[in-house]
Write a protein that binds this ligand. Structure first.
Ligand code: SAM
Length: 278
C-alpha cells in the first residue's frame, strides 16, 4: 500500500475548482481554451469558489491547462504516441474538447465518485469523445496498475502520461511511489507531464495567501520536489522544466514579474515534461 495521501470528498472538490477556472476562461475574449462543459461540471460549489478568486490568482491554472493541452497534442500528433493516461483526471474534458489523431486511446483515472459525477454531466450534455475513451475509478494511493491494464492499457506501447494539479496534494513518499509505478509501466519512448511545486512555495511570503487558502479549505499542498530533473533522470527520464511566465508558457497572459525557471530560494510551480529513453 502506498504512503499517506489525502483522498476524500474535499480532494474531489478540488476538481470542481479547476473546472470553475476553465469555465471562467472559456467565457473570456482571447481565451486560451474552450471547455463548454466546465461550468456544469464546476457546479454551484465550483462557482462559489471562483467567485472569491481574482483572475491573477488563478492564471497559473489557466496557463497550465493550455500548456498541457499543447503538450498532449504535440506528443500525439508529432511523436506518434497513441496511448494517453490522465492520472487524477478529475473533471478534465480533454477527451471531448481536443481533436486527437485517429486511433488515440485516452485513459482517465480518478476517484470513482468524481468520475461518476462527470459521466452523468457529460452524458446529459451530449458530449462525444474525439478518441477512444476509457474511464477507471481508482484510489491512486493504492495499487492501480492492474485496473489500468485490465481496461486495455498496453504496457509495450509508448504512452503519454499526465498528472496535472495533483502531486502537491500527496506526501513526498507517495509522489515517489506513484512516479515509480508510472515508470514501471512506461515503455521506452513514453512521455510524462506533471506540475509540481518546490519547497520554497510552501514557506515564501509571496505564496502564503494561496497556501493558506488550500490548507483552510481542507486540501493542503504538502508535496514538493526541489530537483525534478535529477529525480527523473535516475529513473530513466530526460526532463525539462518550465513555469508560467517563461517564453514557452506565457501566452501573453502572465501578469507577474518573470523569474528564471531554476532560480534558487524562490517559489516555483514547475511544469515538467520528460521522455523515457528508448
Ligand atoms: N487533473 C484535473 C485538473 O487539472 O482539472 C484534476 C485536478 S484536481 C485539483 C485533483 C484531483 O485529484 C481530483 O480530481 C481528485 O479526485 C484527485 N485525487 C486526489 N487524490 C486521489 C486519489 N487518492 N485517488 C484518485 N484520485 C485522487
Amino acid at each position: 500500500m502506498m504512503g499517506t495521501t489525502i483522498s476524500n470528498q474535499l480532494l474531489g472538490s478540488t476538481a470542481r475548482w479547476t473546472a470553475s477556472v476553465r469555465a471562467r476562461e472559456s467565457m473570456r475574449d482571447g481565451r486560451l481554451f474552450h471547455d463548454p462543459w466546465a461550468d456544469a461540471l464546476a457546479g454551484p460549489s465550483g462557482a462559489a469558489w471562483i467567485e472569491q478568486r481574482s483572475d491573477d490568482s488563478v492564471i497559473p491554472i489557466v496557463i497550465r491547462t493550455r500548456y498541457f493541452d499543447d503538450f498532449l497534442q504535440r506528443i500525439t500528433t508529432q511523436e506518434g504516441v497513441q496511448q494517453v493516461v490522465l492520472l487524477a483526471a478529475g473533471l478534465d474534458t480533454r477527451a471531448f474538447r481536443l481533436s486527437w489523431p485517429e486511433g488515440t486511446r485516452v485513459f482517465g483515472l480518478d476517484q470513482p465518485s468524481v468520475l461518476e459525477e462527470k459521466g452523468q454531466i457529460l452524458n446529459s450534455g451530449g458530449g462525444q469523445p474525439h478518441c477512444e475513451r476509457r474511464v477507471i475509478g481508482a484510489d491512486l494511493a493504492l495499487p492501480w496498475q492492474e485496473a489500468l491494464i485490465g481496461a486495455g492499457f498496453d504496457a509495450n506501447a509508448p504512452t503519454v502520461w499526465l498528472l496535472e494539479g495533483f502531486l502537491f496534494y500527496l506526501a513526498n513518499e507517495t509522489i515517489t511511489q506513484l512516479l515509480d509505478a508510472v515508470t514501471s509501466l512506461a515503455a521506452p519512448g513514453s512521455w510524462l507531464g506533471f506540475d509540481i511545486i518546490n519547497s520554497a512555495m510552501l514557506t515564501s511570503p509571496i505564496t502564503r495567501k494561496w497556501i493558506e487558502m488550500q490548507a483552510s479549505s481542507g486540501a493542503p499542498w504538502i508535496g514538493v520536489m526541489d530537483d525534478p530533473v535529477t529525480f527523473l533522470a535516475v529513473r530513466g527520464w530526460q526532463a525539462t522544466l518550465t513555469q508560467a511566465g517563461a517564453d514557452d508558457a506565457h501566452y501573453g497572459r502572465w501578469p507577474f514579474p518573470i523569474l528564471p525557471t531554476t532560480m534558487p530560494g524562490v517559489p516555483h510551480n514547475w511544469y515538467v515534461t520528460a521522455r523515457k529513453a528508448t
